[in-house]
Design a protein around this ligand. Structure first.
Ligand SMILES: NC(=O)c1ccc[n+]([C@@H]2O[C@H](COP(=O)([O-])OP(=O)(O)OC[C@H]3O[C@@H](n4cnc5c(N)ncnc54)[C@H](OP(=O)(O)O)[C@@H]3O)[C@@H](O)[C@H]2O)c1
Length: 465
């Protein structure tokens, strides 16, 4: 019987892979090992015909019969034997950009995992793809095996999305999990992540939040029909999060996660990346180690939360192969869901006006009246306090004081923190993280809801005076 599972007589989808590192090698491997399954499900053969990387000697074993080798990835696209170029070289310009542009200009489709490239040049590359009729796909650029690009671009295309929020960097999530579980310092947890291959030798792109900002820029573009841009994302990394913070956050009913958030508000579009306290029982809070999670809020419906492995060779290759299979089936989608010319900026919400409650950790000298000065500064900006934790120990010169505030504007909080830092009774610059309150007040433990159980003793404004 003829059916959709029978291979068609179409010529195979002929693939060239640029870059044979972690993702490139895993893609090649998956296409070979799962060949029959992939071809059966795509209804067409997928065949790797050419590869390119820098150092041929490293990759000799991967260059099987029939696969052509190239030192220059730009030489792949003009080949008449190539239908699609898979760009798995990093960087937002240089060879990755050149290879992608050359392919699209030659009318060859591109599949890429390169988020920096897409977040920086996404609009221009989409325009070229539209002009030449090529496809440009980048499911692998955000959250590895989680099909979040497809969900935003296709599954939720008819819905009005109001926010996208997620744990988008596995390295940071691993480090935060290790700090929380074993009381490691940031440096110890980073070293462990590097030893296990979860973090780069040069980790700043990950731990300072820029990788999350690149991914957030892509998700926001798809969710809100805006041009991808990460320069307007307020970004803070995880270097200041300590085991003390994770401990006290837990006492308050929260966990600390590095979140990327894009949210439409009455004041405009908020885009920020930073360590945030999330309710302990929420899906985001329980997404640990290298896992990622993305929560999409649609109008008044409950959020959809997707979780899975966000990085690594195999999970990322799985997203690359899914895009290749879509191409093999003849799918045709615009990279950002709408024509590049229709991507329009939404006015940004000023970060200073953003209302949130805050978690603040400060080290206060154990002297009478020390907290009164803090309270006086808060009262000058009408900042009200929801909870205070102070754990003094006899003989210690200073003690940690943890404060959770009610909602306050970011500008008021920054003003107060600057003043508090200058107090003689404060030993070091206070640390402050936003608290992401639950979307729904009373919610069962449904995986599709963000929920919080109020810890005992919380809820009433506190008076420090
Ligand atoms: N690793 C992950 O978990 C992950 C997850 C999601 C997305 N991504 C993205 O996927 C892309 C690839 O990441 P990766 O981790 O696979 O990188 P990688 O392991 O560093 O591999 C990069 C590959 O690019 C090749 N290359 C570099 N410069 C080249 C040049 N000038 N000409 C030809 N080839 C060149 C390298 O060649 P040699 O091998 O010969 O040195 C290597 O094979 C990046 O954009 C990354 O952000 C990675």
């Amino acid at each position: 019987m003829l059916g959709r599972y029978v291979l068609t007589t179409k010529h195979p989808l002929r693939i060239a892979i640029a870059g044979l590192g972690t993702v490139g090698s895993a893609t090649l491997d998956m296409l070979e090992k799962n060949r029959d399954l992939i071809c059966q499900r795509a209804g067409r053969n997928l065949q790797v015909v050419a590869v390119a990387a820098r150092d041929k000697t490293k990759h000799l074993q991967k260059i099987k019969n029939g696969i052509q080798w190239f030192d220059n990835a730009c030489d792949l696209a003009p080949l008449p034997t190539v239908d699609v170029v898979v760009v798995l070289i990093g960087g937002d310009d240089g060879i990755a950009l050149k290879t992608t542009e050359t392919a699209l200009r030659n009318g060859k489709s591109v599949v890429t995992a390169n988020k920096a490239l897409m977040a920086t040049h996404g609009v221009r590359l989409s325009e070229i793809a539209e002009e030449t009729g090529a496809q440009l796909m980048f499911e692998a650029a955000v959250a590895g095996e989680i099909p979040v690009i497809k969900t935003l671009r296709e599954a939720s295309a008819g819905d009005r999305i109001t926010s996208v929020q997620g744990i988008l960097n596995g390295t940071c999530n691993y480090i935060l999990t290790r700090i929380g579980e074993d009381g490691l310092t940031f440096e110890e947890a980073l070293k462990e992540a590097q030893n296990k291959g979860f973090a780069e030798a040069e980790p700043s792109l990950d731990v300072d939040g820029h990788d999350t900002a690149h991914k957030l820029a892509l998700l926001a573009a798809l969710a809100f029909g805006i041009p991808p841009s990460f320069n307007d994302v307020s970004v803070e990394g995880i270097r200041n999060v300590s085991s003390l913070d994770i401990h006290f956050a837990n006492e308050l009913g929260y966990k600390i996660k590095l979140l990327g958030t894009a949210r439409l508000t009455d004041r405009g579009l908020e885009k920020y990346v930073g360590p945030c306290l999330v309710p302990k029982h929420s899906v985001l809070a329980n997404t640990n180690d290298v896992l990622n999670a993305v929560s999409i809020q649609i109008d008044t419906l409950d959020p959809i939360t997707l979780t899975g492995r966000g990085a690594g060779g195999k999970p990322t290759a799985s997203a690359v192969v899914a895009d290749l299979m879509d191409l093999a089936r003849g799918s045709s989608v615009l990279p950002f869901g709408i024509p590049a010319a229709m991507l329009k900026n939404v006015s940004p919400a000023l970060c200073e006006e953003k209302l949130s409650s805050w978690y603040i950790r400060m080290r206060v000298f154990d002297k009478p009246g020390a907290l009164t000065s803090v309270s006086t500064i808060f009262s000058q900006k009408s900042i009200s306090i929801e909870s205070v934790i102070q754990r003094g120990q006899p003989g210690l010169e200073s003690v940690p004081v943890i404060i959770k505030t009610h909602e306050v504007s970011e500008s008021a909080m920054r003003w107060a923190l600057a003043k508090i830092s200058k107090l003689e009774t404060i030993q070091e610059t206070p640390c402050a993280f936003r608290v992401e309150e639950p979307a729904h007040e009373d919610c069962p433990d449904s995986p599709n809801r963000m929920c919080q159980r109020a810890p005992e003793g919380m809820g009433k404004p506190f008076n420090l005076g």
